[in-house]
Ligand binder design. Structure first.
Ligand code: NAD
Length: 273
């Protein structure tokens, strides 16, 4: 991506950054000069790989924090640990997310609670925890990875859709409370991105329809996105980078779809039906 935003002297915490979209966001912020705290599940070998790539390609300070964000208390503990290691958190990207696909009648209690905890409650808890320091410095950037499913439903995703609608509500509320404190809060709403989370869904569709992975993948993007291709993780990261810039200081409470036109196609289909 050829957008450049000077972030030297800033510290970013990106939750769920051991893979997929979060990893690309962490890399982009570090490449623009921020020191970065990484979080998410991974084996020790994967963590070493992630840290090695980020450090060697960006030259920034990058550290890993293993906190499990399905536990509310761990979210505040994560902010405390990162602040102790780096001295502060200027940029908070609430990106960790999980999916569970099941019809509402069979949807397990535990999965409902896990999805709400990781996708929504963790974002509230980390935001509350960084608030005093962002407020005292008069500068903060909070970016939440929402979804096109913050605006519409999809079969068999009740917890995810509820959580992502909640993330958008939280984003708007935090934007209002931060407006005179120099703290902005915005949501990025990706369409289909071929990350480990979506790979699982493509594999399930391929198995169900007895087609190849590539055929199932094409069905996903051709049905939903006018661009008929997956969004790249770096395209999502570029949106986050813009939200971190001084140029975006009056952009707050926004929801930026980076979705290959998915949402407008949805609107068109609705009008046509
Ligand atoms: P991913 O599975 O590659 O990444 C999810 C990250 O969250 C991983 O680092 C994982 O370890 C971490 N994570 C999961 N549970 C955690 C927990 N309990 N505590 C801490 N970390 C945890 O998937 P992704 O597609 O990169 O997802 C990133 C975000 O983007 C999610 O919020 C997801 O809902 C959102 N999103 C993805 C798509 C898409 O098409 N891939 C579309 C819209 C929104």
């Amino acid at each position: 991506m050829d957008i450049s935003v000077p972030l030297h002297g800033k510290v970013a915490l990106v939750t769920g950054s051991t893979s997929g979209i979060g990893f690309a966001i962490a890399k982009t912020l570090a490449a623009n000069g921020a020191d970065v705290a990484i979080n998410g599940f991974a084996t020790p070998e994967q963590v070493a790989c992630v840290l090695d790539e980020l450090r060697s390609e960006t030259g920034r300070k990058v550290e890993y924090f293993p906190h499990d964000l399905s536990d509310f208390a761990e979210s505040s503990a994560l902010v405390a640990a990162v602040s102790a290691e780096f001295g502060k958190v200027d940029i908070l990207v609430n990106n960790a997310g999980v999916q569970y696909v099941c019809d509402i009648e069979q949807f397990p209690d535990a999965e409902w609670h896990r999805l709400l905890a990781v996708n929504l409650s963790a974002a509230f808890a980390t935001t509350r925890a960084v608030w005093p320091q962002m407020k005292s410095r008069g500068w903060g950037r909070i970016i939440n990875t929402a979804s096109t499913l913050s605006f519409q439903g999809e079969p068999n995703k009740s917890a995810y859709v509820a959580a992502k609608h909640g993330v958008l509500g939280l984003t708007r509320q935090v934007a209002v409370e931060g407006a005179q404190l120099g703290i902005t809060c915005n949501a990025i709403c990706p369409g289909w991105v071929l990350t480990p989370m979506v790979r699982k869904q493509v594999e399930a569709k391929a198995a169900l329809l007895q087609v190849s992975f590539d055929q199932a993948a094409r069905m996903f993007v051709q049905a939903d996105m006018p661009t008929a291709r997956f969004v790249e993780t770096t395209e999502i990261a570029a949106g986050v980078l813009f939200m971190c810039s001084d140029a975006a200081k009056s952009v707050t409470g926004a929801a930026l779809p980076i979705d290959g036109g998915l949402l407008v196609l949805g609107a068109y289909q609705l009008q046509a039906s």
